[in-house]
Write a protein that binds this ligand. Structure first.
Ligand code: ZN
Length: 133
């Protein structure tokens, strides 16, 4: 498995519109528009920072994963995403090493990227996303 870089940091927010105020208006990061991923009940917005990005995540439903995260922990960093060369290969390797996975096969995330989450119980409490673009 080859990890190329930190692709993005996922930040759970109550409102992308409000979050935009800090990340874009105040910090001056580019706002490239938002995208709703219905299957994951989430609206996302990416803000490029050099080679990586900040991803804001707003829930589109009260029972969505982001709504549940905020209910438990409040707004804040929700996941860290590593870009890998080949996501199927990476998942097979992790599975073979006994790492607990949330997604055994990749799904399609924002921007058409192939993504998969590892279980936080396997990663010292950090929700890790693998992505391939
Ligand atoms: Zn993400």
């Amino acid at each position: 498995m080859r990890i190329l870089k930190i692709d993005h940091l996922g930040v759970a927010v109550n409102s992308i519109d409000k979050g935009k105020n800090f990340w874009s208006d105040i910090l001056g990061l580019d706002f490239e528009g938002d995208e709703t991923v219905e299957a994951q009940k989430v609206k996302t917005a990416f803000f490029p920072v050099g080679e990586s990005e900040v991803e804001l995540l707003e829930s589109t439903a009260p029972d969505g994963p982001i709504a549940k995260f905020i209910e438990k922990k409040g707004e804040g960093i929700q996941h860290i995403a590593f870009r890998v060369e080949n996501i199927e290969e990476a998942l097979a390797e992790l599975k073979q090493k006994g790492v607990r996975l949330i997604d055994e096969t990749p799904r399609i995330g924002a921007g058409g990227a192939k993504i998969a989450f590892l279980h936080p119980k396997a990663t010292s409490g950090v929700l890790v996303e693998l992505c391939e673009r």
